[in-house]
Design a protein. Structure first.
Lengths: 279, 267
């Protein structure tokens, strides 16, 4: 039995005409790191909300099919039960920061306070989480005084500190510098290796190819393609459907037409591209 | 119209010095990308150009206007600024009202305003969404509304703060097209970005900031190949530039065309 199990999930927000998710089937094993890719409007964020219980518990709307995480069904749980197992870092960190706290340290402790974690344990968990994401030097700053990328790290940390079984991340590095992005991907990979299940929405294909176990390509609310990162991310279907692809892939595809790229498979990462282009 | 920045320093009320002595001249009609790690001072720097922030010391001049002596309202006729987060910028009931607000506020005639709005909507592919409330649009399209509402002001200088964040390939191409059009019209375009591939493909000059100072400044081709110096500010060269280096190509390549030409020459 998969740790995350979505069966025929179809969902429509209260005020939209067409469903945003259509017959989505998705299984994720415990400790697996799955990445979701897709053009804007494919339903990626809505899928994140569905995994995190916000759809339908918070947003309402019409849903059919079933969503199970760790053997529990979303429709039979309340949101405050659900958040103990599943953590979601929002696409826009500004929407996630509570607005109720004056410092980054307190912001990160906010979730633990709400579930009644003892004070000493709370302090050490916040310290550990800040060390993990490299933001200890921000502890005393106001969350609103931070740059976009720093806010994203705080938003991620405030979820990691809850130690969710399922970690759902909606473009967690979109405002980060490239080396910051690499560090965050490394942290997420480490969490997966320690047994956390990860679902990550991301546009940065090279990083997905390096770190994710499996990729799901979403288009118009349905799963278009799924499989190993390199198979999915180099598929012609992605280009035909308006997905962004790595420059290594697009350049090798062009080079293949010109007879310069000799290998059958296309690259996603620098190492793969360098190997294929080496004489 | 040049932007002249002299010995600029800025300290936030919290005591954090975000800009620590920057001198730069950005010339009329230049396309400049500003890159650098989170917290390097990129947004703080550009917020001086339209007077949202005032120098703690040093000066910023937009043409002959010193930003210390010019109101934000007046500066808005020379400098348009598209925010990183469109939700901090949009406030009108529908797209048409939103995009019309800027040019009307600048006191342009109705005829001129209508023409500018129409062009801005066409460039951003929003012409069929004029009656929609911006908050009923997806974040992608809200970003385009934010772009359109600034472009419609027809300022000689346009600033984009992280225009490609969270945008898919189709929309990134759309934004690149907007920047190319502004370039054709002779406007100065200044863009803050972490998307170094986008930077390589669309900008001729790159300024890399680190810890509130200029680390590198020059033509994109020279700057983007300097892997070790860029790493100091957490920036990596573009994908194809890195690949070119790995393959020991003689020249620094920035895009697919340059890369494939260099490969063909090698063969």
């Amino acid at each position: 039995m998969a740790f995350v199990n979505l069966q025929n999930v179809t969902y429509k927000y209260p005020l939209t005409k067409a469903p945003v998710l259509q017959n989505v089937n998705l299984q994720v094993d415990e400790g697996e790191f799955v990445s979701i890719v897709g053009p804007n409007g494919a339903g990626k964020s809505t899928l994140c909300y569905a995994l995190a219980g916000f759809v339908p518990h918070f947003f309402k709307g019409e849903i059919s099919g079933s969503i199970e995480v760790d053997g529990k069904e979303s429709s039979k749980s309340t949101l405050d039960e659900w958040v103990l197992n599943v953590g979601l870092a929002f696409q826009n960190p500004f929407n996630q920061i509570s607005g109720a706290k004056y410092t980054v340290f307190e912001e990160i402790a906010f979730g633990l306070e709400n579930i009644g974690v003892p004070r000493e344990e709370m302090k050490s968990r916040v310290e550990d989480a800040m060390a993990l994401t490299g933001i200890r030097d921000l502890a005393d700053r106001s969350p609103y005084s931070l740059s976009g990328g720093q806010q994203q790290r705080v938003a991620l940390t405030s979820i990691l500190v809850m130690r969710p079984k399922l970690l759902v991340l909606d473009e967690p590095t979109s405002q980060m510098d490239p080396i910051g992005t690499r560090e965050v991907f490394g942290t997420i990979r480490k969490m997966a290796e320690e047994g956390m299940t990860v679902v990550l929405v991301e546009h940065k294909m090279e990083w997905i190819a390096k770190f994710a176990d499996r990729v799901i390509a979403l288009k118009d609310g349905s799963v278009l393609l799924e499989g190993k990162p390199n198979e999915v991310l180099t598929s012609d279907l992605l280009v035909e459907n308006g997905f962004g692809i790595s420059r290594y892939t697009s350049t090798a595809r062009e080079a293949k037409k010109q007879g310069i790229w000799k290998k059958e498979s296309l690259p996603v990462t620098l190492d793969e591209a360098a190997e294929g282009f080496t004489k | 119209m040049n932007i002249e920045i002299k010995d600029l320093r800025f300290t936030y009320p919290t005591g954090l010095e975000a800009v620590s002595g920057i001198s730069l001249t950005l010339e009329a009609g230049e396309q400049v990308a500003i890159v650098g790690q989170n917290g390097a001072g990129k947004t703080t720097l550009v917020r001086h150009f339209n007077g949202l922030l005032q120098p703690t010391s040093g000066s910023v001049k937009i043409g002959d206007w010193d930003t210390k002596k010019t109101s934000v309202a007046k500066l808005a006729s020379r400098v348009g600024y598209v925010f990183q987060n469109p939700d901090e910028q949009l406030f009108s009931r529908d797209v048409l009202t939103e995009v019309t607000f800027g040019p009307r506020n600048l006191g342009y005639s109705k005829e001129k305003t209508d023409g500018l709005v129409e062009r801005a909507l066409a460039l951003t592919e929003l012409s069929d969404k004029t009656e929609t409330n911006p908050y009923d649009l997806s974040p992608t399209w809200r970003k385009m509304v934010a772009l359109a509402s600034i472009i419609a002001m027809d300022t000689p200088i346009v600033i984009f703060d992280e225009p490609t964040t969270g945008q898919d390939a189709v929309n990134v191409a759309r934004i690149a097209n907007v920047i190319a059009e502004l370039q054709k019209e002779g406007k100065t375009v200044i863009t803050i970005t972490h998307d170094i591939d986008f930077c390589a493909e669309n900008f001729e000059r790159v300024v890399a900031l680190s810890k509130g100072q200029v680390l590198l400044d020059g033509p994109a081709r020279e700057i983007l190949g300097q892997e070790e110096i860029l790493a100091q500010t957490y920036v990596e060269p573009p994908q194809l530039t890195r690949l070119g280096k790995r393959l020991r190509l003689k020249e620094t390549v920035r895009n697919q065309e340059e890369f494939l030409n260099a490969i063909a020459r090698r063969a």
